[in-house]
Design a protein around this ligand. Structure first.
Ligand code: UDP
Length: 396
């Protein structure tokens, strides 16, 4: 199976992966995150873990447990860390700590290497007995809420290494080795493999969308950081100039309790426009997401904050130009004027929607550039190789 990546990355890169893996075979490795489905981290782990196992690595994946209260706390931390704002009640810190203790009692932590993904399980480090612990941060922590960061920093400082998604997220106030490794997409996953045109059309029609008319798409959880209302505003402005349908495709994630509320905000913003399709699909609707990304003429990722935004690479890989919020990891995927456009407002997004919908040739050129950009930089094999190198470095 892993040999099948050779068509994308060549022999040289593949051999490097085998070579690194060979040296790590005796280690036990554990990944811990906060949801089994929904959101980018689960998406990556579902693909990465089997690949690591195929390479002969002894790797496991565990998901922490929590009640609704805990996930409200972690979501508020998540928002506060990314926006720098918000007021956090005192007891939230205690609730966070309590659930770390509960999870530490249930998840065996006796591994040579432990990857802790994101802030939700970061406090487990207090229960470390041995091994190399790496905090893999997928969010933007460049301008965090001071109190939440101060709280979390006590834990993060105890790690052996930190991985962030782009160099700008590395922090001066951490005395821990930090490395930047961008997330990645799997070209062989059901979400990204080629689909026949007939399948794409059938799926799109099934959800009441017309594949013969232009589609602008955003795929995202209903999260304010993804700016669903801004997406709708951009569409409404663009529609004055071009024929277009908007599809916003979201799905719930068990560690994100705000989805319902934000979904309702989006419904209100949409009003009764029949060309706006706000779809809430079950997590793991990979073929559906794949089909909509292929059916779209233009893909939006109008985030206000974004650690990386796998959806950007997913769309670029399918040769779709992306109009992305000018923030965080979107900036390394959307090269302005080459693979898409970076925007700071719904008005600018609308401008580029119209521009791209009117210019098929440009869409094609940008699509080709986008695919190549992802092939070179954001495929899972590259992330895998860098993870293996990091383990070697920190355990060596
Ligand atoms: N996703 C999905 N269905 C949805 C919404 C999102 O399958 O309705 C997937 C999307 O294709 C991507 C991941 O969830 O693989 C979201 O990752 P991203 O990094 O874009 O954002 P996050 O949710 O982690 O903030």
């Amino acid at each position: 199976m892993i040999e099948r990546y050779v068509e994308f990355i060549g022999e040289h890169e593949l051999n490097a992966i085998f070579k690194y893996a060979e040296r790590l075979r005796d280690l036990s490795i554990l990944h811990i995150n906060s949801t089994a489905a929904g959101g980018g981290v689960a998406e990556i782990l579902h693909r990465l873990i089997p690949l690591m196992r195929e390479l002969g690595l002894n790797v496991e994946w565990k998901v922490i447990r929590g009640n609704e209260e805990f996930f409200r706390v972690t979501k508020s931390f998540h928002n506060a860390l990314q926006t720098g704002a918000g007021s956090i009640p005192r007891e939230y810190f205690e609730i966070y700590d309590r659930w770390q203790e509960i999870n530490a009692g249930e998840i065996p932590l006796d591994y040579d290497v432990v990857f802790i993904h994101d802030p939700q399980p970061a406090g487990l480090i207090r229960y470390k007995r041995r091994g190399v612990w790496i905090w893999r941060c997928h969010i933007d922590i460049s301008n965090p809420h001071p109190e939440v960061w101060a709280f979390l920093k006590r834990y993060i400082s105890a790690y052996d290494g930190v991985i962030v998604s782009i160099p700008e997220f590395a922090r001066d106030d951490l005395d821990v080795p930090q490395i930047s490794i961008p997330p990645s997409i799997d070209p062989l996953s059901p979400k990204n493999v080629p689909l026949p045109r007939a399948t794409v059309d059938r799926i799109v029609r099934k959800y009441g969308v017309d594949p013969e008319r232009p589609i602008v798409l955003q795929v995202s959880r209903f999260d304010r950081a993804k700016d669903p209302v801004g997406v709708i505003e951009a569409y409404k402005l663009a529609r004055r100039h071009v024929d277009v349908q908007l599809v916003y495709l979201g799905s719930p994630a068990s560690d994100d309790p705000e989805g319902e509320e934000v979904y309702r905000e989006a419904l209100r913003a949409a009003g009764d426009d029949k060309d706006i399709h706000l779809l809430m699909l079950p997590p793991n609707s990979h073929i559906e997401v794949n089909a909509f990304q292929r059916a779209a003429a233009v893909v939006l990722q109008k985030s206000i904050r974004e650690g990386f935004g796998l959806t950007v690479s997913e769309a670029l890989w399918k040769r779709r130009p992306v109009i992305g919020g000018n923030t965080g990891g979107i900036r390394i995927q959307v090269i302005h004027g080459v693979t898409g456009f970076l925007v700071d407002s719904p008005k600018a997004a609308a401008h580029y929607i119209v521009y791209l919908l009117k210019n098929k040739r440009l869409r094609r050129e940008m699509g080709a550039a986008g695919r190549e950009h992802v092939r070179r930089n954001f495929l899972i094999t590259q992330q895998l190789r860098r993870y293996l190198m990091t383990i070697l470095y920190l355990t060596g």
